[in-house]
Design a protein around this ligand. Structure first.
Ligand code: HEM
Length: 184
C-alpha cells in the first residue's frame, strides 16, 4: 500500500509541476476549518443516531414524538452546513496543495463520498423532514402514529460509515495516484 503524509514535492519526469498556491499558514488555517467542519458533521450524525434511537425505542410515546420533532426541526440545516463546509475546505485543500482533486485515490474517493452525502442530505433527507415532524407531533399528542419511520435508521448509518471511512482515508492516505503523471 502506498501512503503519504505530506503533499509530495517530487514529480515524474516530463510532468508539469503541480501547483500549490496555498501558503503554509493559509493551508494550516483551511486544514483546521476542514477538520472542525468534518468533526462537527460526525457529531451531528451521532446526534441524529441518538434521536432516531430514542424515537424508535423509548417506551414513552411523548418522548418518542419529541425526539422525532427535534430531528425534524433542528438537525438538517447544521448538518448540511457542516457537510458543505467540509466539501468547500476539502476542495480548497485539494486544489491549493499538491494533493490535487483527482490526482490521488484517497482524495478523489473522499470527494465522491462528500458530494454524494451532500446530495442525499438535500434531495432525500431534507424534503422528508416535514412528514417526520408531523408524525412526531401525532405521536406526542395521541400516543401513536400511522407513519412508518423505520427508514430513518439509514441516514445516520450510511453517513457515519462513509465519514469514518473518510477519516481513515485522510489519515492513512492509501492507494497512490490515479494516473502516474496526472496533474489535475
Ligand atoms: C467526506 C468528509 C471528509 C472528512 C471526514 C475529511 C477528513 C479529513 C481529515 C481528518 C484530514 C486531516 C488528515 C491529516 O492531517 O492527517 C483531512 C485532510 C485532507 N482532506 Fe479531507 N475530509 C473529508 C472530505 C474531503 C474532501 C471532499 C476533500 C477534497 C476534495 C478533502 C481533501 C483533503 C486534503 C487534500 C487533505 C490534506 C490536507 C493537507 O495535509 O494539506 N477532504 N481530511
Amino acid at each position: 500500500m502506498t501512503t503519504h503524509t505530506q503533499p509530495p514535492s517530487t514529480r515524474s519526469p516530463g510532468a508539469r509541476p503541480a501547483r500549490a498556491w496555498l501558503g503554509r499558514r493559509a493551508r494550516s488555517l483551511v486544514l483546521v476549518v476542514h477538520i472542525l467542519a468534518a468533526s462537527a458533521w460526525i457529531g451531528i450524525d451521532v446526534l441524529v443516531a441518538v434521536l432516531v434511537g430514542v424515537g424508535a425505542l423509548a417506551s414513552d410515546p411523548a418522548l418518542r414524538g419529541l425526539a422525532y420533532q427535534a430531528l425534524a426541526s433542528f438537525v438538517v440545516v447544521p448538518m448540511a452546513t457542516a457537510a458543505l463546509l467540509t466539501l468547500v475546505s476539502g476542495v480548497l485543500l485539494g486544489l491549493g496543495t499538491r494533493w490535487g482533486l483527482v490526482r490521488y485515490w484517497w482524495v478523489a474517493v473522499k470527494l465522491a463520498m462528500n458530494v454524494l452525502l451532500v446530495v442525499l442530505i438535500l434531495v432525500l433527507l431534507r424534503p422528508g423532514m416535514a412528514d417526520v415532524g408531523a408524525a412526531g407531533a401525532e405521536l406526542a399528542a395521541q400516543g401513536r402514529t400511522g407513519a412508518d419511520l423505520s427508514f430513518l435508521v439509514f441516514p445516520p448509518a450510511v453517513s457515519l460509515t462513509m465519514l469514518v471511512l473518510a477519516v481513515v482515508l485522510a489519515v492513512t492516505k492509501p492507494w497512490g495516484r490515479l494516473r502516474q503523471a496526472s496533474q489535475t
